[in-house]
Design a protein around this ligand. Structure first.
Ligand SMILES: [Zn+2]
Length: 54
């Protein structure tokens, strides 16, 4: 599988799956956090229900 952040091939035994390394994991968390800030101004709450995949 490939790292969603940098598209590097990730070893299946990586402790940071699905990321290749901690750095990419942190970048993803950062993306998430900034998305949350935007969402915290609820304009249409129903629109976000479908994008909840972990
Ligand atoms: Zn990566």
């Amino acid at each position: 599988m490939k790292c969603p952040i940098c598209k590097t091939e990730v070893p299946l035994d990586s402790e940071f799956l699905p990321f290749c390394r901690e750095r990419c994991k942190l970048i993803d968390l950062g993306n998430w956090a900034s998305e949350k800030y935007i969402i915290s101004t609820p304009m249409d709450p129903f629109e976000h229900y479908e994008s909840e995949d972990e």
